[in-house]
Every structure is written in structure tokens, then in C-alpha cells.
Ligand binder design. Structure first.
Ligand code: SF4
Length: 336
């Protein structure tokens, strides 16, 4: 398989700037730069973790990819035959690809319509595509429920009869209904109890192997994506700060922001005491991002140049990439 055909999704210089409107005339007075020129590719069958604090733009990036938002600019290249650009496609043309790419949402309580039965919810994508009644898809829904560890005889129940973990399984069954190639998982476990999180992550991994799925897995901390991701991209204030194979990123981070996020990952070895790096200050306002390196207002290693010059993306031969002026001088702590 060539390098090109291994790629399923390529995101190029993607931007999503939301206008800030004020006054009676709703004049545009600025823009929230939620996503500000990000680049990455997702290979077929892999899981790419997309991580960063709340407000860093990761969910907005996911929504641009599935075209819940129309991106301000950039490309979202989906490697079908031929390659198509979701970012520029009309909603009418996009319909032909809707089955290829699905999303699992963060909150299993608000993402399921409480007035619909499980049968209605899971069959909804099939009903829309084929124009038949939900009852026509009972067999498919029963199969999907079994795949996600739920009992088919419960398909006539409503979401409130299920726990948070079970509701997320219903959301996963719905996402699988059209047999997608790519699933954007938007913080799929962060609203769940810690004890249930691992079960849902394990289920996603099992389904990935069974159906050859590709995941973009969005999370706000690195401990959640550690075991599921082949590679991880770290986002801050609308930009990607670092991207690497998971093992490299956890062992030897090259960006100070990644080091800070890693310092919060609990150690599996009780003999290892890790010092938590507490970043001072809040994430800056994305409508007024800092000059130079956007992380300089919170970076413990910042120097004068960091305020003035945007660090260039430094790509290494092993696929590790980083945006920091001092990435080859700093010795940062990983977790292994
Ligand atoms: Fe910190 Fe400077 Fe590197 Fe930005 S460029 S991460 S401010 S050291």
C-alpha cells in the first residue's frame, strides 16, 4: 500500500474564525480564532488523539471535519476515489459521503433525544438514508446493540432507562449504523464515571479491530488517550503545538505545553513521584491571541524571542513535529 493510499483524512491549514458581532447593526468587531491553521493527517485504521485544555479548539476542529461547521478556510481532504475536499463541498454533494464519517458526542445525556426509543435513535441514520420506517430495521438495530454490549430486547426503551455508560453505547451503535470509515469521537468518555471510562474505551478498540475503523479521538487530558491512540496531536489556542507517535510523545515530549499536560497523568508506578507543573494564568482569549508563540504567557521556559516570533513547525524524520523555538535545547520530562 502506498503512503498516499494509507491516508484517509488530511487537514490542511484549517481555520475556523467565528465573527464577534456588536451593536444594533451587528457589525463584526473581531473574530474568535477557535481553530487557527492546523495541519495533520489520519492514516487508515489508526487512532489519532487530539488533546488540549477546554477552549483550545479541538471540538471545533472535529465539527469542521464532519462539516457541522463551515470552515473559514483550509482543506479537509477525504481520500475516497477521487480525493474530495469536505471543507469546500456543497451540503448537497456532501450527502454522498455522510455515511463515511460519523461523530460520537461527549454528553450521552443530551445527545440522545429523550422522546425517541433506542430503536428510533439507532435506526435514524438508516431511516434517513433509505426512507423506510424504524420498524423495518429491527434486525440491524438488534445486531448493532449486541455489538456494543446492549440487549436487543431493550430497543423499545427510552434513553432515561439507561445508565451513562449504556447511553454512550447507544450513541456508538448509532454512529456504526451506516458502517462509517472514520469516527470523530468528541470526548466520548469525559462525562462518564472513571470505572465506566475504561469499558467504553475498550469497546471502541474492539469495534475498531472488528470493523477496521479509523478514529479521531478528542480528549482534554493525555491519560484518556494514552492507551487508545497510535499518535497524538496536542492543541493550544487553535494551533497544534506537537504531534508524534504516542510512545515518543509520552516518553520524550518536545513542547513545554505537552510536558505540563503529561505532568498531570497519574503514574502507574507508585514509587515514581511526578512533580505536577501548574501553568499560571488562564488560557488567553482566542479573539486576542498573544504575539509570537501563543503559549509564551504561560510557558515556564519563555524568552524574549518567544514574544516576538511565531515558532516554525519543525518536522523530524520519525514523524515527530513541534512548534517551539527551543525544542532542541530543552530537556523535558515525559512519563516513562
Ligand atoms: Fe515556550 Fe518559547 Fe517554546 Fe513557546 S517557543 S513553547 S514560549 S519556549
Amino acid at each position: 500500500m502506498t503512503e498516499h493510499s494509507r491516508t484517509l483524512l488530511e487537514v490542511k491549514d484549517l481555520k475556523m474564525h467565528f465573527p464577534i458581532r456588536r451593536g444594533v447593526l451587528k457589525r463584526t468587531v473581531g473574530y474568535v480564532r477557535a481553530v487557527d491553521g492546523i495541519n495533520f493527517a489520519v492514516q487508515r485504521g489508526e487512532t489519532l488523539g487530539l488533546v488540549g485544555e477546554s477552549g483550545c479548539g479541538k471540538t471545533t476542529a472535529g465539527r469542521c471535519i464532519v462539516r457541522a461547521y463551515q470552515p473559514t478556510s483550509g482543506e479537509v481532504l477525504y481520500h475516497a476515489d477521487p480525493v474530495v475536499d469536505f471543507a469546500q463541498m456543497s451540503l448537497h454533494d456532501l450527502k454522498a459521503y455522510r455515511h463515511e464519517i460519523q461523530m460520537i458526542f461527549q454528553d450521552p445525556y443530551s445527545s440522545l433525544n429523550p422522546r425517541m426509543t433506542v430503536l428510533d435513535i439507532v435506526s435514524e441514520p438508516l431511516v434517513i438514508r433509505e426512507g423506510k420506517a424504524p420498524a423495518q430495521f429491527k434486525e440491524e438495530v438488534a445486531g448493532l446493540l449486541r455489538k456494543v454490549g446492549l440487549r436487543p430486547e431493550h430497543m423499545n426503551r427510552y434513553p432515561n432507562a439507561f445508565s451513562g455508560g449504556q447511553r454512550q453505547r447507544i450513541g456508538i451503535a448509532r454512529a456504526l449504523a451506516l458502517r462509517p470509515s472514520l469516527i470523530v469521537c468528541d470526548e466520548p468518555v469525559s462525562a462518564l464515571d472513571v470505572s465506566v471510562q475504561a469499558q467504553v474505551v475498550n469497546l471502541l478498540q474492539d469495534l475498531q479491530h472488528e470493523f477496521g475503523l479509523t478514529y479521531l479521538f478528542i480528549a482534554h487530558d493525555l491519560s484518556v488517550v494514552q492507551h487508545i491512540s497510535n499518535r497524538v496531536a496536542v492543541m493550544y489556542l487553535g494551533k497544534i503545538m506537537e504531534l508524534a507517535e504516542s510512545s515518543d510523545l509520552y516518553r520524550q515530549p518536545l513542547h513545554p505545553y505537552t510536558e505540563a499536560l503529561l505532568s498531570a497523568v497519574p503514574s502507574t508506578n507508585p514509587d515514581i513521584k511526578r512533580e505536577r507543573i501548574i501553568l499560571t494564568g488562564d488560557v488567553p482569549n482566542p479573539s486576542k491571541p498573544p504575539s509570537g508563540c501563543v503559549f509564551h504567557t504561560r510557558c515556564p521556559y519563555a524568552k524574549d524571542i518567544c514574544k516576538q516570533q511565531v515558532p516554525a513547525w519543525r518536522a523530524m524524520s520519525d514523524g515527530h513535529g513541534v512548534a517551539c523555538h527551543f525544542s532542541d535545547e530543552l530537556t523535558l520530562k515525559g512519563v516513562h
